[in-house]
Design a protein around this ligand. Structure first.
Ligand code: NAD
Length: 408
């Protein structure tokens, strides 16, 4: 067996919703390698969106059957798989939960691209229907099943909005003081007010209310992970066999900013910065994503406890600085294009992330991981790149211009 043996003491049955995706696949392998019994549910909608956009992962991802067989050969561990649409097929979802009786459900199964969610009325409506029904069906099925299942959900830092007036964004909740009618000062804790910047982020903000309600009404144990932008491609497990490789999106809709920069620089395409590049964002490496999920699973909230919210990010950076850093490593040229999003030209971002650090997270930093990512992935697979898919063509309003460099 090639896999480093890292068995945990208490095995759990874990259902991973969206386990074929960018975060879900490496998480499924990581949890399986720890000795947990993992079952994936995924309707392969992300692969269908690739067909719709005529864009492909830069890395050659294999069909689900080949991925699962490869994992069994490499690790001697089996991962189960059901192909259902959790936003639509409620009865099937409930049946699977009743049959598998998981201790934990990890929920990645949502449409996760902000630009895709802004593409057209059809895409806005798809994102709302898919994401809200997916989350609600899972919560409803957990209660319907009668099992005490811990739900770990992947939310986003984007629900907070990006203007915090210099304050550190707390982990989900804000302590406030209100004045009663009699003039008394009373302290309260409220969900940090959301300020979504796209239809996608709006669905993630609504997810928070669904969690709040089901936690309050049915005592469902929920951990909501407000994740930063994920960078990197592979984890220790996905590197074990070429057939296990993770996806790497670089197209204008799904390519997340840092990975897109790395790929652009590797093929000699200008590193395109939207607007002034003064936007500050939160980041996390994919290896830390999977570790954070493990920490969330190992530290569930108690049955009567409120929804536990972690800020799952390790660094914040201004987009300009990232572009400069990638340019220094690769020699690529930086080009400024119009911003297809409706957002402030510049923002500060200060984030609290003590919960994961206090539980033992040792983050992969940009300085150590970036160069390796360029050589191991972006350069290795650059022959698969289709330049025509790079520009950001989805705009936030009809008046805005797509982010296409002059002359291309
Ligand atoms: P992804 O699109 O690669 O994966 C999502 C998976 O869910 C896909 O395999 C898709 O087929 C599946 N899916 C979607 N709707 C489904 C449905 N109705 N029924 C069954 N399966 C369904 O996305 P990702 O990058 O892995 O993101 C996973 C989660 O993490 C998302 O919820 C996203 O909001 C969150 N997140 C991602 C990032 C990031 O940078 N990638 C950052 C913050 C938060």
């Amino acid at each position: 067996m090639d896999v480093e043996n890292k068995q945990v003491k208490s095995y759990k049955k874990i259902v991973v919703l969206g386990g074929d995706g960018f975060c879900g696949w490496p998480t499924s392998l990581y949890l399986s390698n720890l000795g947990h019994d993992v079952v994936i549910i995924d309707n392969l909608s992300r692969r269908n969106i690739d067909n719709e956009l005529e864009a492909e992962s830069l890395t050659p991802i294999q069909p689900m059957g080949i991925r699962l067989t490869a994992w069994e050969e490499v690790s001697e561990k089996k991962i189960g798989f059901y192909n259902i649409d959790i936003a639509v097929e409620y009865d099937e979802l409930l049946q699977i939960i009743n049959k598998e009786q998981p201790n934990v459900i990890v929920h990645f199964a949502e449409q996760r691209s902000a630009p895709y969610s802004m593409k057209s009325p059809k895409h806005k409506r798809y994102t709302v229907n898919n994401n809200l029904n997916a989350t609600h069906n899972v919560l409803c099925a957990i209660v319907d099943s009668g099992f005490d299942i811990h739900l770990v959900h992947l939310g986003t830092m984007g629900v907070y909005g990006y203007g915090t007036a210099g304050m550190k964004i707390p982990e989900g909740y804000l302590d406030i003081e209100v004045q009663t009618e009699t003039g008394e000062r009373v302290e309260q804790q409220i969900l940090y007010p959301t300020n979504p910047g796209s239809i996608y982020h709006m669905t993630k903000s609504q997810d928070q209310l669904l969690f709040h309600y089901y936690n309050k009404n049915d005592n469902v144990r929920i951990t909501d992970l407000h994740q930063g932008i994920v960078w990197g491609t592979n984890t220790r497990e996905t590197k074990l066999d070429e057939r296990l490789i993770n996806r790497f999106d670089y197209d204008g809709d799904y390519g997340t900013v840092l990975n897109r920069f790395l790929m652009q620089a590797s093929i000699g395409y200008p590193i395109t910065v939207h607007g002034t590049g003064g936007q500050t964002r939160a980041f996390i490496h994919i290896q830390d994503t999977v570790r954070c999920i493990q920490l969330a699973i190992e530290n569930p909230p108690h049955r009567e406890e409120k929804v536990m919210i972690f800020n799952q990010m390790t660094e914040t950076h201004q987009i300009n600085d990232l572009a400069r850093l990638v340019s220094e490593i690769t020699g690529g040229e930086v080009a400024y294009v119009s911003n297809p999003r409706k957002e402030a030209a510049e923002n500060d971002l200060h984030v609290e992330n003590n919960l994961f650090l206090s539980k033992g997270l040792e983050p992969v930093t940009l300085d150590e991981g970036l160069f390796q990512e360029v050589t191991d992935v972006a350069k290795k697979y650059k022959h698969r790149a289709d330049e025509s898919k790079i520009p950001a063509k989805s705009t936030w309003t009809k008046e805005q211009q797509p982010g296409i460099p002059r002359g291309l």
